[in-house]
Design a protein around this ligand. Structure first.
Ligand SMILES: [Zn+2]
Length: 306
């Protein structure tokens, strides 16, 4: 059996029942057979309610427990369709788009589902960038320009890290940061870039001290308020990100939700050369079954006006 469907027809044939979806999740979650989430034992009884009961500690679990599908009232087939749809739209989808495409009764349902999928796009324990990495920050949102290092209402500061791959952009990482001080920027660099890497920034003081953290720090120029394209990779990523936020989401992204969108953008960007959309779907399902349980509050307390 192929790891993933390649066409819509293959997708429909393969996931034509709830059982088929469950079997697929099982394969991705426990590729080497059942593993008890509590004690690690590798044998279980299947109960008549479709649960798995650990033969050692008797803990009962389901295939969806601890994943983004936990406690869902929607059929898995619907989730699968949503994941197929999301990964097959080259530029991503808005909640309204997915509501229309899948025929959801409410915008809120579509919005919540989409946000859960974005959780899955952040790979757990994802690896950091390495080699030569350009780093800079950019403001997202708001209308008026701001001076660097100063906050502004309606604006969110994002650290952008782009790995060099010849003359091209390799993988990227995006992180929301509180401000442009060293206390905010340094940890964000540490979460995004492997120590030992070359980190290229402009002369902004917030990037001082990177050497002490184990990086080779290259300052491209001492002055920082210049219009030159000193960090071309990062600048390219920033313009693509801004265009994507405006194009796909009409710029209607709240600061409090921005991280989800950054995750989606990163997921898509880092896989942009992937030939097969089916493979993207496979990665998304794979990540959907390994993440920690969603704290319901985190999603449900946010307003539907994203
Ligand atoms: Zn157990």
């Amino acid at each position: 059996m192929e790891a993933y469907p390649r066409t819509l027809m293959e997708f429909e044939q393969r996931f034509s029942s709830e059982q088929a979806c469950r079997d697929y999740l099982y394969q991705l979650r426990w590729p080497d057979g059942f593993v008890c989430p509590r004690c690690g034992y590798q044998e279980a009884w299947k109960t008549d309610r479709g649960l798995y009961k650990c033969k050692s500690c008797k803990y009962q679990t389901s295939i969806t427990a601890g994943t983004i599908f936990q406690d869902t009232k929607k059929p898995l087939q619907m989730w699968f369709r949503a994941m197929w749809y999301v990964t097959n739209q080259k530029h991503g989808v808005s909640a309204l788009g997915i509501q229309r495409a899948l025929g959801f009764g409410s915008y809120r349902t579509a919005w919540t589902l989409l946000h859960k999928l974005r959780f899955a796009m952040v790979r757990p324990g994802r690896d950091r960038l390495s080699g030569t990495v350009e780093v800079d920050e950019t403001y997202i949102g708001g209308k008026k320009p701001v001076y660097r290092g100063r906050g502004a209402a309606g604006k969110t500061l994002v650290l952008v890290a782009a790995q060099e791959d010849g003359n091209r952009i390799g993988r990227i990482r995006l992180r929301k940061v509180h401000d442009a001080t060293a206390n905010s920027l340094r940890p964000a660099v540490q979460e995004s870039v492997e120590p030992g890497s070359i980190v290229r920034t402009d002369g902004w003081g917030g990037y001082g001290g990177l050497e002490a953290l184990g990086y080779v720090h290259q300052v491209v120029r001492k002055e920082y308020n210049v219009g030159d394209n000193l960090l071309p990779l990062v600048n390219r990523v920033v313009s693509l990100l801004k265009r994507w936020l405006v194009g796909t989401h009409q710029g209607a992204v709240r600061s409090s939700h921005l991280e989800y969108y950054l995750d989606e953008f990163t997921f898509r960007f880092n896989r942009r050369t992937s030939r097969s959309r089916g493979k993207l779907f496979y990665r998304l399902v794979q990540q959907a079954v390994v993440i920690e349980p969603i704290i319901a509050d985190k999603i449900l307390h946010v307003s539907t006006k994203s």
